[in-house]
Design a protein around this ligand. Structure first.
Ligand code: HEC
Length: 493
């Protein structure tokens, strides 16, 4: 009885125009995430940027109607889970509305799905009683042949002995080729040592915004967009992530000229290049060799659920910096000289190899990615003094600062807000007489984007609770009354 009543209710409701976004929140978001990136930090497969929801809609319609189980590859990752069928719960026009929404959100671009299409697919497969496997489904609805990553790609080969990038404009190429697959590759260069390659083509930015390029090569390489160098790997050396470089550029939506220069001096010849940005929810390879994340040779990482502390020289902050690597791949360098968090980054924490052998020899850069420099000057008045730090049982630090007769506590831990992991900072002012002003950043512009939400530069979203923030002269400050605690969450966009 209940079932009949429900079906009646849903068909009545479905007479009205369906809101695909709302239905998505109700029926899909619990597993695939409100942002389409896969719920619970990507444990479920993403729909954002997934080939499975592009091209022929029938593939996704079948999945929603009849479910899916077993191994599946989505956006370079493997899942082996179970999606329950939704065909009994959702009407044809509801499925059409949901998939139309999925195919046009989070950077996805594909045709709307019609209710009649869903109806026909439902009728044709009504005798199928078990969920699909990815393999079965691909046999009938193969994934769309993707657009070439770089359009109109050509390669020019040069012969010569170079230990770094020469001025190619002064040189004559020995051969020019068209690369129809649109991927840069050194495998069909006509020799294995002592050559150079220059690729040129058109790269289409799906939306306007900031794009990040990650490059690694054996030996030297450079990426230029519209004539501007975005990032380069100089000199000779292996391609194993340790020399990889990242650079950013703002692009308007549409095609841009890309130029990649490369030289191979000796040894293995290879290049890897990937980009990421608005409309590209994850790294997209532009070379036939996938880019590897830099792997520290002696990784210092948090063990299990406990944060780890690193007390050697860290590059791009002050000599008395304290590095904290939190579980989940969030990292912080706090300067005891400037009484300020100066660097935050994600991924790997630190590589211990340099200080393992020669203690104190030079500065060690963070081993991970998305390094953001928050500030580089004192955060508090000159009479403020560092008074050490304490660690809670999870290894989370509270830095202590004395200002006159009051103590300021600056506590850090990993946390989740708005479904995204971030670093949660609680700053508590002591019971002094005067309010405190604490520098948040001396370089990243801060812009209010919501009730408690701010953009800090182009990469960080800052959520501020229980305190006021103020920007002036390109700097931003936190205002704290005596005894007050402010909670700030730093998240990558
Ligand atoms: C109970 C959790 C759950 C719900 C609810 C759910 N899915 Fe899924 N979905 C999954 C899982 C798990 C997989 C992968 C199954 C596997 O590993 O074979 C998947 C796979 C998919 C895929 C193919 C892979 C990909 O990421 O592109 C599509 C498309 C999809 N789901 C769409 C939807 C839509 C649309 C809805 C809402 C109508 C929905 N799903 C609801 C769990 C769910």
């Amino acid at each position: 009885m209940l079932r009949t009543a429900l079906v009646a209710f849903f068909s009545a409701a479905s007479l009205q125009a369906q809101d695909g976004g709302q239905l998505f929140s109700l029926y899909c978001a619990a597993c695939h995430g409100a942002d389409g990136k896969g719920a619970t930090g990507g444990q479920f497969p993403p729909l954002a940027g997934s080939d499975w929801v592009h091209g022929n809609a029938a593939r996704a319609v079948e999945i929603v109607l009849r479910g899916l189980h077993g191994e599946i590859h989505v956006d370079g990752r493997t899942f082996n889970l179970e999606m329950p069928p939704q065909g009994a719960v959702l009407a044809d026009d509801q499925i059409a509305a949901i998939l139309t929404h999925v195919r046009s959100s989070w950077g996805n671009k594909a045709e709307p799905v019609k209710s009649e299409t869903v109806k026909a697919i439902r009728a044709a497969g009504n005798d199928r009683k078990v969920p699909w496997t990815a393999k079965e489904l691909l046999a009938i609805h193969p994934l769309p042949a993707s657009e070439p990553p770089i359009a109109n790609l050509t390669s020019q080969i040069y012969h010569g002995t170079w230990k770094d990038l020469p001025d190619f404009s002064q040189l004559e190429a020995t051969n020019v080729e068209e690369e129809h697959d649109g991927l840069i590759s050194v495998t069909h260069a006509d020799r294995t040592d002592e050559f150079g390659l220059v690729w040129q083509g058109d790269l289409v930015a799906p939306e306007s915004g900031t794009f990040v390029f990650r490059l690694d090569a054996d030996d030297a390489a450079r990426v230029m967009i519209d004539g501007k160098t975005v990032t380069e790997v100089r000199g000779t050396g292996p391609m194993n992530g340790s020399r990889a470089k990242q650079g950013k550029i703002n692009l308007t939506a549409g095609p841009h000229k890309i130029r990649i220069e490369f030289v191979e001096f000796f040894g293995q010849e290879s290049i890897a290049l990937a980009w990421k940005g608005p409309g590209l929810p994850s790294w997209r390879n532009l070379a036939d060799h996938p880019i590897e994340a830099a792997k520290p040779s002696i990784p210092i990482q948090p063990s299990g659920e406990r944060a780890v502390v690193y007390r050697n020289f860290i590059a791009d902050t002050t000599p008395r910096a304290i590095g904290i690597g939190f579980p989940g791949g969030l990292n912080l360098a706090y300067s005891a000289d400037h009484l300020a968090p100066e660097l935050i980054w994600s991924g790997y924490f630190m590589d211990g190899s340099r200080h393992w052998v020669d203690r104190g020899q030079g500065n060690q850069p963070p081993a991970g990615e998305n390094v953001v420099k928050l500030s580089g000057t004192p955060a508090l008045p000159s009479e403020a003094r560092f008074r050490g730090y304490k660690l809670d049982p999870s290894g989370n630090p509270t830095f202590m600062v004395q200002i006159g007769d009051q103590t300021l506590q600056d506590a850090w831990k990993p946390g989740i807000t708005g479904g995204k992991p971030g670093l949660v900072r609680s700053v508590t002012a002591g019971n002094g007489k005067n309010p405190l002003e604490i520098l948040i950043s001396d370089r990243l512009p801060m812009k209010q984007t919501g009730d408690l939400e701010f953009d800090l530069g182009s990469e960080i979203q800052l959520h501020v609770e229980q305190a006021l923030v103020e920007s002036r002269d390109g700097k931003s400050f936190l205002k704290l009354a005596p005894g007050q605690t402010a909670v700030l969450t730093y998240r990558w966009k």
